[in-house]
Ligand binder design. Structure first.
Ligand code: ADP
Ligand code: MG
Length: 303
């Protein structure tokens, strides 16, 4: 079960929303499509699901080119669109049964609707009108309709947006458990979401992939995170050259006044302290700061 995007470019009139995007996703992963608003995440997902044609390039789902195999591909994919359009006046169970009809589940339908209501925790709400549900439950209905035909691939566009913290935890757990058997691609602009749910990340910014899953996977980002940032402040001018010559120091950047920030591949606070003593300098502060995924992301997305 795989998704392969090859050189996808998408123009909306004069605006280029995707610029030669290529990636592939294999089974057994929850892959995060991470990027700020306007990055092109939803556009890419609409192209994968065949709701929008690319201007150039192609997407293969299990080896089938999407545009020429729309019906086949839609059977393999469950899609939770960004704005999750649901029929407000329909009742939860009635709606799912209606969706089951579209997928021609036949005699299986009743049983399947039952299963999905259980799986997505919709039991207590199944007899309510969709319009009367909380955002969290509406999102579950969206997930339920995406899962109903038991697709091997799930495309979830910002599945936790607008949910409260408890709902977020529940939906993330559900997605993680689904990821054990299915190929899941979810989009998010939230770093913590990637850390919490995904085991792979593709970072997209202004329509281009800026961190490729093979070269700069989440694992790599985590490794980058383990680089130490040390903040120091001296009473005197910063001994930049001496600091630069210390072992494990990658970078010394001035931070205003007599302060500077060191990027090191390990914690060398003791060496800095010793250096200050040897040089007769006064250290006013010396502290270790971790590097968050957020910072890594900001670095990758600012020119
Ligand atoms: P994301 O989901 O990452 O926030 P989108 O794929 O929705 O990004 O949008 C990518 C870019 O394309 C944005 O600049 C957006 O304004 C633009 N865009 C999206 N849909 C349309 C559309 N139907 N017509 C014109 N521009 C669009
Ligand atoms: Mg979007």
């Amino acid at each position: 079960m795989s998704i392969t995007a090859r050189n996808i470019t998408k123009w909306y009139g004069e605006q280029k929303a995707l610029d030669r995007v290529s990636f592939s996703v294999e089974k057994g992963h929850v892959t995060g499509f991470l990027g700020p608003n306007g990055a092109g995440k939803s556009t890419m997902m609409k192209i994968i699901t065949g709701f929008l044609p690319p201007s150039s390039g192609e997407v293969l789902v299990n080896g089938l080119e999407v545009r020429n195999n729309l019906l086949e591909v839609r059977k393999m994919i469950g899609y939770l669109p960004e704005h999750n359009p649901l029929y407000q006046e329909m009742y939860v169970r009635e709606y799912l049964s209606y969706v089951g009809g579209i997928y021609k589940l036949g005699r299986e339908k009743k049983k399947r609707v039952e299963e999905i209501i259980g799986l997505t925790g919709l039991g207590p709400e199944q007899h309510k009108q969709i319009g009367s549900l909380s955002k969290g439950y509406r999102q579950r209905v969206g997930l339920a309709q995406a899962l109903l035909h038991d697709p091997d691939i799930l495309i979830l566009d910002e599945p936790t947006s607008g949910l409260d913290p408890n709902q977020i935890v529940e939906i993330r757990e559900l997605i993680r458990s689904l990821g054990r058997e299915k190929t899941v691609l979810l989009s998010t602009h939230i770093m913590q979401e990637v850390e919490a749910v995904c085991d792979r990340v593709i970072i997209i910014h202004k329509g281009r992939i800026i961190a490729d899953e093979t070269e700069q996977s989440l694992v790599n980002l985590r490794e980058q995170q383990s680089l130490c940032t040390i903040h120091t402040e001296f009473a005197e001018a910063v001994p930049v050259d001496l600091l630069r010559n210390l072992e494990h120091v990658k970078e010394v950047s001035p931070a205003g006044g007599h302060a500077c920030v060191l990027t090191c591949d390990t914690d060398i606070r003791e060496e800095i302290f010793r250096l200050a003593v040897e040089q007769g300098l006064t250290l006013k502060s010396l502290s270790l700061a971790g590097r968050s995924l957020e910072e890594v992301f900001r670095e990758l997305t600012t020119e």
